[in-house]
Design a protein around this ligand. Sequence first.
Ligand code: CTP
Length: 424
Amino acid sequence: MPTGNPNLPRSIGLGVSGGIAAYKAIEVMRLLQKAGFNVRVAMTKHAAEFVAPLTFRALSGHYVLVDDYDPSNPDPIAHINFSQEIELLLIVPATANIIAKFANGVADDFLTSTYLASTAPVLIAPAMNTTMWDHPATQRNLEKLRSDGVHFVEPVAGELACRTVGTGKLEDVENIAAQALKILGAGASTDAEVPETIEQDLSEESFLITVGGTREAIDPVRFISNRSSGKMGFALAERALARGAEVTVVAGSVSVLPPEGVRLIEALSAEEMFQAVKREFTAASVFVGAAAVADFRPAKSEGNKIKKEGRENLTLELEKTKDILAFVSRNRNPGMIVAGFAAETENLHEFAKAKLEKKDLDLVVANDISAEGVGFDTDTNAATIFVRDRRKGFEVPLMSKQQVADRVLDEIAVLRQNAASAQI
Ligand code: CTP
């Protein structure tokens, strides 16, 4: 760990691996320097082909480490000294290769040896082609690193260097710097505070989202409901708002407060929710059915409280509710994106894909609610996102519901971009 001499500026190790986004590491370095940090740079050999080490040397004021055994390196045990000096190891950009090496403890160059030799927290900002990002090997490696305590600045969706559109683009440099400073506990206290700028990629969209559970009355005091808290739906609303969208939420029964800035319509029963959505959906460009709508309700709701006197049994007859999601999908205006959720306890992929097809959806977020940390009333979630016309589902490992919401919104942004480019 660093010696912590208060007279010296605190040091960050910036690792640069070989991707087209390597030049963005320069901007990240400048932001960290502005925040008062000393930045020392280590590059892989491939990174040095994208940006000359001299650029980082001139801007950081330090020798840039590429190869441990380079005779011109002034420090013979550089990876040990470097790794012990830094308070954070930040990798911008991280390729699939460097992620694989870190995950498996391979130490065949300066940067990978530093990773093993350092006890500082590690923050990784990946950038790569969507197929490489989605590959089970990469996802497995990410999962391993997450369980080793490594932090990530998730890549975002957008147009990639390979001219395809998908998830894999390096997150904004301001956000990377802001997350690094947060880990260092320097986010709010530095003089040169880094403003959090969130890409307004949904500013053209108007979202209608159903949220929470529904209550189906048995009599004036009793109802049938479920364990939905509304957390996932509200997280989607919050992130869509943050990314510039207009958001209307039709909320059933929830146990958390809605995010500020949404237009809120309360609708407790499946029928009330259906009527509210029916009124609103033509004005929306994206519909997300995040509510756990009751599939059945009592066929008859008693006007008076049911008394137990004189009864040994009580049989309730249930009838099917209207499927709100299917209704919106069937009656949508051209261009509207429709997304739903599938909460399953078995055959996740098969059932979720069947929902996508049966309800003619653009996207389904499938949750295995039997897994730990997933499903109702948790702050975290993990999912597989299935997108229309895409063969394979996209795995979202366990993360906060806000982060899962961002991944879902990334896919919606990609669907919109693909639809727009198909029209050109
Ligand atoms: N949904 C809806 N209206 C209903 C029922 C469900 O809008 N009356 C939406 C949910 O918001 C969710 C998706 O449909 O987006 C869930 O699909 P569904 O087939 O209803 O799943 P389950 O309710 O889990 O049904 P099943 O028990 O058949 O799996």
